[in-house]
Design a protein around this ligand. Structure first.
Ligand code: FES
Length: 154
């Protein structure tokens, strides 16, 4: 699971961290970048590599909602459900995404194209309602804009 390339990348992170443990999120992100998600085996390998217990690392991994512990789609849609987005129509946006994709929050489309997840404030409250796909932010959402955004993610 931890290829030589992954180990080298983790070691590079470790060099700029005062302790091995402080590199653990970056290490999990590296594994995720290579494999798309972090399996139990991947988590165990990272824990061993960093000298942590699996339980310790798992508790940190589950705290960070952008470490995926089960397989995800090619594109991750994070739809903001915090207060500004609620006020500006989150429920409408969420329901439309659910309808368009044919999945519920937390699920992945059958074709493996999208995973739909809720997330707390994306930091663009002035553009609420907002969502993020992969690493790109989209604000001032309306249904037509969602159609265009989804169309651009094959
Ligand atoms: S509340 Fe949605 S971006 Fe801040």
């Amino acid at each position: 699971m931890l290829t030589e390339e992954i180990k080298r990348e983790i070691e590079t992170e470790i060099e700029v961290c005062p302790t091995l443990r402080c590199a653990c999120i970056e290490a999990l992100q590296i594994v995720q970048r290579h494999h798309g998600w972090v399996s139990d085996e991947g988590l165990k390998n990272v824990a061993e590599f960093l000298g942590m217990t699996v339980e310790e690392l798992d508790s940190i991994a589950t705290f960070y909602n952008r470490i995926y512990r089960k397989p995800v789609g090619r594109h991750i849609i994070l739809v903001c459900d915090s207060v500004s987005c609620w006020i500006m129509g989150f429920e409408h946006i969420r329901d439309y995404l659910i309808q368009c994709l044919g999945i519920e929050l937390g699920e992945t489309t059958l074709d493996g194209r999208f995973t739909l997840l809720p997330i707390q404030c994306l930091g663009v409250c002035d553009q609420a309602p907002a969502m993020m796909i992969d690493d790109e932010l989209y604000g001032d959402l309306d249904l037509g804009k969602i159609d265009r955004i989804l169309e651009n993610h094959k």
